[in-house]
Design a protein around this ligand. Structure first.
Ligand SMILES: [Fe+2]
Length: 250
């Protein structure tokens, strides 16, 4: 796989710095309209649209947090991936689990950026999917697995919240699912994803401050508790079946 050159990265950064530092001579003559945002780099990656409005998860997650989180934070990971994919087109045509599961196959100059940005893309794609207004409760095979492997729903949610609270700094708390359907609570730093360790995320909660700070500030524990009201258990059941069938994507 060809790699993104340092010149490409630093050239782009220098260009942006030059624009920011340019004297605003044109401003006096320009109309009052706000300047248009620079278009995101086009490419093979896109932020998946939400299946519900930004305010659908209130009061547990506020609309502004959802909008910034989905459009700006996830948008930035996607924009970065499209920039990397310009010089590394295979990135855009490979299955995401194949790339995340074999990061060491990447050239050193893009490995770190792909780990962070493709991990972020995978994590957030899962995250939007496993939430929905109205919440619900686990049933059927998923509930049976929670009972068997995680000590029942109440203990599971308590342990999951505790693990999310212990994650130092930014990261995720996941329920991983093995091919035999066995569940486990695991955390990852930054935008790492269980696929990087040959596992799969059944569900996960984002404990980066950007996921909750507008509404909860430093009260991560309150966010972790409230978040359960947003979990789309029917989608989690679909993911569980897919994981056991070996067809779960991200
Ligand atoms: Fe996030």
């Amino acid at each position: 796989m060809p790699s993104l050159s340092r010149r490409h990265f630093f050239g782009a950064a220098a260009g942006m710095a030059a624009i920011a530092a340019a004297p605003r001579l044109a401003f006096a003559q320009a109309p009052a309209a706000a300047p248009a945002a620079a278009p995101a780099p086009a490419g093979p990656f896109a932020v998946p649209p939400l299946a519900y409005p930004f305010n659908a998860l209130e009061p547990h997650i506020d609309a502004k947090t959802m909008e910034i989180h989905h459009d700006k934070h996830h948008g930035a990971y996607v924009a970065n991936l499209n920039t990397i994919a310009k010089a590394n087109p295979q990135l855009g045509t490979s299955a995401i689990p194949d790339v995340l599961g074999n990061l060491n196959a990447l050239n050193d100059d893009i490995k770190f950026a792909v780990r962070n940005n493709l991990g972020g893309h995978a994590n957030h794609t899962m995250f939007w999917e496993i939430m929905a207004p109205g919440g619900g409760k686990p049933e059927g095979e998923v509930l049976a697995a929670i009972d068997k492997d995680l000590g029942g729903l109440e203990k599971f949610q308590t342990d999951f919240n505790a693990a999310g609270g212990r994650q130092f700094g930014s990261g995720w708390v996941f329920v991983t699912v093995a091919k035999d359907g066995k569940l486990a609570i695991e955390t990852r730093p930054n935008q790492d994803n269980p696929i990087m360790d040959g596992k799969r995320a059944l569900l996960g909660n984002d404990v980066w401050e950007h996921a909750y700070y507008l509404n909860y500030q430093n009260r991560r524990a309150d966010y972790l508790k409230a978040w359960w009201n947003t979990v789309n258990w029917s989608k989690v059941a679909e993911r569980y079946a897919a994981a056991k069938a070996g067809t779960l994507g991200v």
